[in-house]
Ligand binder design. Structure first.
Ligand code: IPM
Ligand code: MN
Length: 355
């Protein structure tokens, strides 16, 4: 069974970390019924430099025809001056929209070997295991906006938060399906005490969850949720929320584990899924061979799980990563006295050895 994977290394450390992930994918799939065919394409700053646009039509076309997309990271100070419509981030936003990737899954787990890196007390973060489900195709990211207009002599800009019941229904349904395979608890996050779009969100979530008699649904206002994530993060199983709140809460949830360089993500929808680490392009350390490839490697594991139907390969990769950490191998971002410091490439090699 041939599976076509588009690799978008992107910018900064993107090329280094995707190289490791591809290496792991090849090794992990060896001997299975899956035959991986990789094709590399440009997007983000790398595409701006080559073609003058962040998401060339050719890249998009090849992605449309693929089984999955593995992305490193896009962006960096080199492209800070470009027009808003041409920013490297437009590559991600464009891919999400064009491929109908309406759900962003961000699993947040504390690796036992890394508890001492967490900014919170060990007893607060031990056992954290949540899945953040972020709506990715709607809301204020894609609502109409105005960059600048003069009203009564004063400059204004505006953005629009808009959701319809179909958009809320499909994301809450997915969250409930995911929760059914976990602890059966969904927390829906909104700002229903102020926003009309949130009141629609909450009403719709209530309706959808009636399809799932075994799922427990609770609602939290986003400000309270932000606080609870720091106060008692083990209370969460699945969190579902809109595009903007999900962007903010997922960074917060990620960092409490102390290892944002480790966290993977999956963006899924009706077509091919897109897999990327949640850290950025880290231009300050690019090209030095010291970046942590584990977030991308774990994203590749999610790719096997959600796009290639190979749960056993996903688990194999995740277990290899866990073993490498337990044995004390660390890239510079996680290095502490007493552990073994490795380069990006050596970390990839260690994971490979443990497959
Ligand atoms: C993310 C990023 C993106 C977002 C940016 C790069 C547009 O922060 O994937 O969380 O805001 O969605
Ligand atoms: Mn973000």
């Amino acid at each position: 069974m041939i599976k076509k994977i588009v690799v978008i290394p992107g910018d900064g450390i993107g090329p280094e970390i995707t190289e490791q992930a591809v290496k792991i994918c090849r090794a992990a799939a060896e001997g299975s019924e899956i035959d991986l065919a990789f094709e590399t394409k440009y997007a983000g700053g790398a595409a701006i430099d080559r073609y003058g646009e962040p998401l060339p039509e050719d890249t998009l076309e090849v992605c449309r025809g693929a089984d999955a997309i593995l992305l490193g990271a896009v962006g960096g100070p080199a492209w800070d001056h470009v027009a808003p419509a041409l920013r490297p981030e437009k590559a991600i936003l464009g891919l999400r929209k064009a491929l109908g990737l309406y759900a962003n899954l961000r699993p947040v787990r504390v690796f036992p070997a890394l508890v001492s890196h967490a900014p919170l007390k060990a007893e607060v973060v031990t056992g954290v295991d949540m899945m953040l489900v972020r709506e990715l195709n709607g809301g204020i990211y894609y609502g109409s906006r105005s960059e600048s207009e003069i009203v009564n002599g004063v400059e204004e800009a505006w953005d629009t938060e808009l959701y319809n019941t179909a958009e809320v229904t499909r994301i809450v349904r997915l969250a409930a399906q995911i929760a059914a395979k976990r602890q059966s608890s969904v927390v829906s996050v909104d700002k229903a005490n102020v926003l009309a779009s949130s009141r629609l969100w909450r009403r719709t979530a209530e309706t959808v969850v009636r399809e799932f008699p075994n799922i427990k649904l609770n609602h939290l206002y986003v400000d309270n949720c932000a606080m609870q994530i720091v106060l008692a993060p083990t209370q969460f199983d699945v969190i579902v929320t809109n595009n903007l709140f999900g962007d903010i809460l997922s960074d917060e949830a990620a960092v409490i584990t102390g290892s944002i360089g480790m966290l993977p993500s999956a963006s899924i929808g009706d077509g091919p899924g897109l897999y990327e680490p949640i850290h950025g392009s880290a231009p300050d350390i690019a090209g030095q061979g010291i970046a942590n490839p584990l977030g991308t490697i774990l994203s590749a594991a999610m790719m096997f799980r959600y796009s290639l139907g190979a749960e056993e390969i996903a688990v194999k990769i995740e277990q290899a990563v866990e073993k490498v950490l337990a044995e004390g191998y660390r890239t510079a971002d996680l290095f502490k006295q007493g552990s073994s410091k490795v380069t990006t490439d050596e970390m990839g090699q260690q994971v490979l050895n443990h497959l």
